[in-house]
Design a protein. Sequence first.
Length: 217
Amino acid sequence: MTHSLHRRGSAESLRNDYVILATPAAGVNHEGSGDKLRRILDIVYELGPVNIGSYECGTIYSGATVEEIKAKLAEVPRVRCVFSDRAKIKELVRQIKDLDLGVSITLSGLTDEVVGLAEELGLQPHSINFSLDIWGNRGALPSEEVLQIVTMCGHGMVSRRLVERLIDQVRQGKKTPHQAAITVAQPCVCGIFNVERAEKLFEKYAPAAAGAGVADD
């Protein structure tokens, strides 16, 4: 799942950031697979993801409900979501393994965390993909602090200008880190933007009395 490979930040910042993609193989076993993906969606929702969404109707932060996501699955259905709790992601993978639905499951995160989790569940990863960092004119890139936020939307739907404006608003006390995280998550339609991690990244820009006088959502 290459669009989840390029998340940036320290190992500590990325340690509780797990992205899941569940999908059948197009042209092989996608026909009639919608009900299988709906079963996975039910488990995901019950466990409590940080974010979940679809191209067809958006994410829980842009107003979509899990029922709408289930109803509007594409012809080749996909479940995309993100968790920030290792115990939850382990339980999700365990339940999907026990269901044995015959669909591909990709788990994205720090390699040692993902491989360790697979070993604990008696799973052998089929393959491992790595990001080879950024090549080309790096001088045209935004700051590393901004990159850590925008790369959580691997399809590039989060604007650097939006993040920079939100950082300024947090600094000025016009938005709380939570409000900024929710705002920046909304353009990322596939549901792998980790709002909890974004909130922590915005927190360092908050004044001493963070959010004082600002009504939270």
